[in-house]
Design a protein around this ligand. Structure first.
Ligand code: C2E
Ligand code: CA
Ligand code: CA
Length: 823
């Protein structure tokens, strides 16, 4: 910075001073030289004049000397008066005695005796010339002339005065010219200086130094300077833009950003920083520590102190309570020291730059996730995972302290029906209510978990006798049985309980869980709403299942399986139009084993696939064998049940096609019955598999409709031909109005989607009458015929059709009767 005191001497003045000095010195030198040479010249001229005068006077006076004519000599000497400044002119005889003299007025007289002096002997005021007068080499006398130097001095002084005047004029003129020239030459430099000053205070100014027309160093300097300014301005602009970008980035960043100086004073905090800390414009770290309620101030200070001695950035995780609303915040802070390299190449700490990340929400979410991992979000009960991670330690404790423990498995009865009829939200409400009841009914040391769906598990801790356990399980049954209101409907819930005891029924988690599950299974099997304690019998039942599987494998291989058919009639023509194929297993030891018993085992074990393949072959073979009779009986299709596992098996279509080929059976005669629940898996693959069967020519019907997730939007997307209303909705017609409503709603809905409807399990003419009234197209059930072997059906087809006509007559008759009664 240029201060006033240090203000530099102006260059133009400096140059001017130097030039003036040079001028004056050279003029003076010239002047002195001139003066000296003028005086010199005047002196030598005077001397020469005197010499010439002496010569002239001498030669003129030769005769007078020879003839001793003093008068003539004096007259001759008087001619000296014409020369200015002559004091006297003296003529001497050879014996050096004065002969004649001319003495100017007031001047000193001639000496009487001649004395030879050096030519031009001189005092400041006078100059004397002495000489010898000779004739033909003989000395005839002497002459001396004394002249005053005053006249020549006068001439010299006059010349001095003229020269001095001329010099002064020249000097003044030269001065002015010099000044003008210098000013002109240096004015671009002055302009450069003011421009530079201006730019120093305002770097983005548009001002530029004035360019000059001359092509010299200064014009080059100005151009270079201006170019430099342009570059500077451009770079400054870029720098500003980039700074603005970073500032805006920092200002709007979703993390807190701050800067501190080396003394921990805040020099910058962004918006988010203030949002996190709830502090606006803090002064320094101390204020922040005070305002933010940092629990460990010392750690925070030493964090910054350590950052100072470390070039790498440091991280600190901590929490604060905001001063404004006392909010808890979990933060992670990262700080890096900022060093600046000085001119002497040493680095110097100029501050700190840091960021602050608010992890509060993340930590909350993490905690929630952790909770969720161990807790059922609906009922707030511990979940299966929690149970598995804790049951082991409960068992260990029981082992150590030698007390008993009971694992109670609970399953709500008919929960699926609640879900299906009242919706999932109502189902959820029920689960929450039951959970609360269970929580209340057990003691503090016990544990209630929700395993999933409507399954719960209760650990009764420190309990030994079956009696004690029974009293708790009775309380559980009782509390669950209390009725509850759901969607304006009164529900009477109940549950099935299976109990396994430690250490009697098992000592490991898996053993106890498996045995409690077996007991629960038995409880359901025995009619639900009860408690079953695990026993070795139950274990036997389980092993029976294993035995069943073994036997089923054998049955498939030894051809012990067969199928029956059950007719389906058309409610318009009252004739059999198709049949449903139902598998039968006649064991040589155990007799007839119902499909409800072996199909689930086959599904579980995967045996359903070879079983299904066998059935297709067997059915198609019979269809081929009785082709004519089937056609005469008016049977247009055979409905085959498929379980989910079969339906999604990629080989099924190929197997079916090859079997159809083998037996020359038309695919149009095949219909597949699929239960709703087996289709939920994946809508896209369901649609594509269904289409592949439809493309092959088969029909598709939905079995047990109403018991699964009967979503209309779901059905709309599927290429379905027939809906089969589940037996459970038919059996209570006409007593249960609700069932009637559901049935008529299903029929109406199916018709809207262009799907025909069949009712299964029809056992009374009233049921058929109701279904007919609702425009249900088909019916199937014991009233028409039980499932029977195909040959038997073909033999008795006329009988069955007659029975159907009789049913129709009966219905018409009773309808007419009730119409008359009404009238
Ligand atoms: P489903 O497909 O619902 O078959 C109808 C069941 O209801 C048959 O029992 C039939 O005998 C019975 N039923 C028919 N009409 C009436 C009636 O009026 N009243 C009563 N109470 N019951 C009636 P079934 O033959 O014991 O079959 C039971 C289940 O076994 C079948 O239910 C089906 O899910 C399964 N199943 C049978 N055969 C096969 C098969 O070949 N493959 C597969 N995957 N499942 C099969
Ligand atoms: Ca069926
Ligand atoms: Ca069914």
């Amino acid at each position: 910075m240029i201060t006033r005191r240090q203000r530099p001497k102006r260059l133009v003045s400096e140059l001017f001073r130097i030039a003036s000095f040079t001028l004056v010195v050279s003029l003076l030198t010239l002047f002195i030289f001139f003066v000296v040479s003028t005086i010199d010249l005047a002196e030598s001229t005077l001397k020469k004049d005197l010499q010439a005068l002496a010569l002239v006077l001498g030669s003129q006076s030769e005769a007078a000397l020879v003839f001793n004519d003093t008068r003539q000599a004096t007259e001759n000497l008087t001619a000296a008066r014409f020369r200015d400044g002559i004091q006297n002119a003296c003529l001497y005889q050879p014996d050096k005695r004065l002969f004649a003299a001319y003495i100017s007025e007031g001047a000193s007289p001639c000496p009487q005796i001649f004395e030879m002096k050096t030519a031009g002997h001189q005092t400041p005021e006078e100059i004397l010339y002495t000489g010898t007068i000779s004739n033909s080499g003989e000395n005839i006398g002497y002459v001396s002339i004394l002249a005053s130097t005053a006249p020549s001095k006068k001439v010299i002084y006059g010349a001095f005065a003229r020269f001095a005047g001329a010099f002064t004029i020249i000097a003044v003129f030269a001065y002015l010219l010099l000044r003008n020239r210098l000013q002109k030459a240096l004015s671009p430099l002055q302009n450069l200086e003011t421009t530079a000053k201006d730019i120093a205070t305002n770097p983005l100014s548009n001002r530029r130094a004035e360019t000059i027309s001359q092509n010299n160093e200064i014009s080059v300097l100005v151009d270079v300077f201006n170019n430099m300014l342009d570059t500077l301005r451009e770079e400054n602009g870029r720098l500003l833009a980039s700074e603005e970008r970073f500032r805006s980035l920092a200002e709007n960043a979703p993390i807190g950003i701050y800067e501190l100086d080396p003394e921990f004073n805040f020099t910058y905090t962004n918006r988010y920083w203030s949002k996190i800390t709830q502090i606006d414009n803090p002064e320094n770290l101390e204020e922040l520590v005070k305002l933010s309620g940092l629990p460990d101030k010392q750690t925070h200070y030493s964090f910054f102190e350590k950052a100072k001695s470390n070039t790498a950035s440091r991280q600190l995780e901590y929490h604060i309570r905001t001063s404004t609303n006392n909010e808890y915040r979990h933060l992670i802070e990262q700080v890096s020291p900022v060093f600046t390299i000085d001119n002497d190449e040493t680095s110097r700490l100029t501050g700190y730059i840091g960021s602050l990340l608010d992890l509060t929400d993340l930590k909350k979410a993490q905690a929630e996730l952790e909770d969720m991992a161990y807790c059922c979000p609906l009922t707030q009960l511990p979940n299966r995972r929690y149970l598995f991670e804790n049951l082991e330690s409960l068992l260990q404790q029981a082992r150590r302290e030698a007390y008993g423990l009971a694992v109670v498995m609970l399953d709500l009865d008919h929960f699926k029906k609640v879900n299906d009829t009242l919706g999932h939200e109502a189902g959820d409400e029920m689960l929450v209510e039951i959970s609360n009841r269970l929580r209340k009914v057990v003691s503090r040391r016990d544990l209630v978990c929700r395993l999933g769906g409507d399954e719960f598990l209760i650990i009764l801790n420190q309990i030994d006798s079956e009696q004690e356990i029974s009293s708790v399980t009775d309380r559980i049954l009782a509390t669950v049985r209390k009725s509850l209101d759901l969607r304006d409907r009164k529900i009477d819930p109940s549950c099935s309980l299976g109990v396994a005891r430690y250490p009697d029924n098992g000592i490991s988690t898996t053993e106890l869980m498996r045995n409690a599950d077996l007991a629960l299974y038995a409880s359901k099997d025995q009619g639900k709403d009860r408690v079953v304690f695990f026993s070795s019998d139950l274990a036997n039942t389980a092993s029976e299942r294993v035995e069943l599987e073994r036997k089923l494998k054998r049955a498939i291989n030894s051809n012990l399986l067969s199928f029956h058919v059950q007719p389906k009639i058309c409610l318009n023509t009252w004739k059999v139009v198709s049949v449903e194929v139902l598998m039968r297993w006649e064991d040589d030891v155990d007799g007839m084993i119902p499909p409800d018993k072996f199909i689930p085992v086959a599904e579980e074990t995967g045996l359903i696939l070879p079983l299904g393949e066998w059935l297709l072959d067997s059915v198609f073979s019979s269809m081929a064998e009785y082709r004519k009779n089937i056609s005469e009986a008016g049977i247009q299709s055979f409905a085959i049940n498929l379980s989910a596992r079969q339906f999604y098996d990629k080989n099924l279509l190929n197997i079916m096609n090859s079997k159809l080929d083998k037996h020359q059976v038309d695919a149009q005669m095949i219909e597949f019955e699929l239960t709703e629940s087996s289709l939920i898996e994946n809508i896209d693959s369901t649609i594509s598999v269904m289409h592949s069967f439809k493309d092959a020519g088969c029909k598709i019907s939905i079995d047990d409709f109403g018991t699964g997730y009967s979503s209309l939007s779901y059905l709309k997307q599927l290429p379905i031909d027939v809906l089969k209303i589940d037996r459970s909705f038919i059996s209570d017609i006409p007593q249960d109005e609700n069932d009637m409503e559901i049935s008529s709603a299903i029929i109406a809905m199916a018709h809207k989607l262009g799907i025909s409807v069949i009712a299964e399990g029809t056992e009374t003419p009233e049921q058929i009458a109701f279904l007919k009234e609702q425009h249900c197209e088909f019916a199937q059930g014991y009233l028409i015929s039980k499932p029977i072997p195909l040959e038997e059906l073909l033999d008795s087809i006329n009988e069955i059709n007659q029975r159907c006509s009789a049913i129709s007559e009966q219905i018409r008759f009773s309808q007419e009767k009730s119409a008359i009664a009404k009238d």
